[in-house]
Design a protein around this ligand. Sequence first.
Ligand code: ZN
Length: 131
Amino acid sequence: MGLFDGVISKAKDVAKMATNKTEEVVGVSKLKLKSMNINSQIKKTFEELGSAVYSMNKKNRNNGDIVKKLLIDVDKLFVEQKDIIQQISNIKHEKICNSCGTSISSDYAYCYNCGDNIEKNNIKNYTTLSE
Ligand SMILES: [Zn+2]
């Protein structure tokens, strides 16, 4: 009976692990899709920004308010984008280098892109947050 229970609980563990892995993959692909959507929104906003600035200079239109609004929109999108990248990194158990923004497996202490100390950066970040 003991052995049988053991087999069942082991099977449950394996099933649970597989579920977690699936959720992880689904979560990451959902976030990646979201990130792609934000990318195209950023691109679109930059296009609108360019066209607003163009007509402002070329046709003497007062687009100051539109330009201001679009600049705020772009900044919001960048914040959203950063948040999504952070979420993906959390799911994949990665860290983000504060110097260059590369996501790095939590096994590494140094960024392979710029060589910065990630542990130190994250501690610094934490201190800044708690201040
Ligand atoms: Zn780096």
